[in-house]
Design a protein around this ligand. Structure first.
Ligand code: AHM
Ligand code: MG
Length: 281
């Protein structure tokens, strides 16, 4: 029930967040704890979601990419921790490209392993606003608007991979990763938009792989385990795909701290297996 209420909150907040973006394209003149420049929209969406989740019985902790510590917002027995990236890919707001909201529901206080996730989902602010939720072994996509949500049906990764997209500057990739990409690009079509949610949704739609690798200058990569990598891995694995940090499923990661980053790959099982074989142990 708590999980249902969490995603009711998300479905309710999503049209509001979307409607609030046009007037919030300015920078907030602040940085979040991991040093990213924050837009006014990042801060505003974070405050809005914090207040909504705090009102849900059974949510004990609210944690977000935009705030340093997890906040205690409830005291239910067996309460959940909700980890949120309020506006993922928010640099796309300036250029009017897609962005989204990521939500992970953990049954333990954070930091926690990916195996502690009981549900995860995301909102994609694209040509239409959709919410995709993984829970109880199924992934479902919904259309969300001011009238509520409409079930658009189950999401399953297609059998044959078609698209790929990887973050980071190519000269900053490791030689092993670059050789892997050279093989991938022989077979698949490049699709990279700079917003993980939109890029992963292409993978869910067409099959393929999305990744943000460990870089020479930043071996841990860019994406944050609790807020981005593990929730998206939970969605993709539940939809029949695979995930990896380069060596193991992202769901087997156990971050030591709230804002830890990890190399992140999600997509079709065959491509993730090739990736793990190509990267050094
Ligand atoms: P953000 O949460 O600060 O928006 O950063 C995460 C985003 C992801 O959505 C996306 O995959 C990545 O940053 C893009 O980074 P880059 O601009 O280096 O390609
Ligand atoms: Mg973000």
């Amino acid at each position: 029930m708590v999980v249902e209420r969490v995603f009711d909150v998300v479905a309710d907040a999503a049209p509001e967040i979307r409607a609030g973006l046009p007037e919030r394209r300015a920078k907030a003149a602040s940085e979040n704890v991991t040093g990213d420049e924050q837009l006014e929209a990042d801060v505003w969406a974070d405050d809005l979601l914090r207040d909504r989740f705090a009102a849900v019985d059974g949510v004990n902790w609210y944690a977000s990419e935009e705030r340093e510590d997890a906040e205690t917002v409830g005291d239910a027995a067996d309460g959940y921790a909700v980890a949120v990236d309020p506006l993922d890919g928010s640099s796309n707001v300036k250029s009017n490209n897609p962005c989204g909201t990521v939500v992970g529901v953990y049954e333990d206080p954070l930091p926690a392993s990916g195996r502690s996730l009981v549900a995860a989902g995301f909102v994609l602010y694209g040509p239409i606003t959709t919410m995709t939720v993984a829970h109880d072994g199924d992934v479902t996509e919904y259309l969300v608007d001011d009238d509520g949500r409409t079930d658009l049906g189950p999401v399953e990764l297609p059998g044959d991979p078609l698209v790929y997209g990887f973050g980071g500057r190519v000269p900053d990739w490791t030689p092993a990763f670059e050789s892997f990409v050279r093989e991938v690009e022989d077979e698949l079509k490049l699709r990279y938009g700079g917003a993980m949610i939109a890029d992963v949704n292409q993978v869910l739609t067409y099959g393929g792989v999305f990744g943000y690798p460990g870089l020479e200058s930043r071996p841990e990569g860019k994406l944050r385990a609790h807020f981005e990598s593990m929730p998206m891995a939970f969605v993709v694995e539940t939809a029949g795909g695979a995930s990896s940090d380069g060596a193991q499923s992202l769901l087997d990661c156990s971050p030591d701290s709230l804002h830890e980053r990890t190399p992140t790959f999600v997509g079709s099982e065959s491509v993730i297996a090739d990736l793990e074989a190509a990267l050094p142990d």
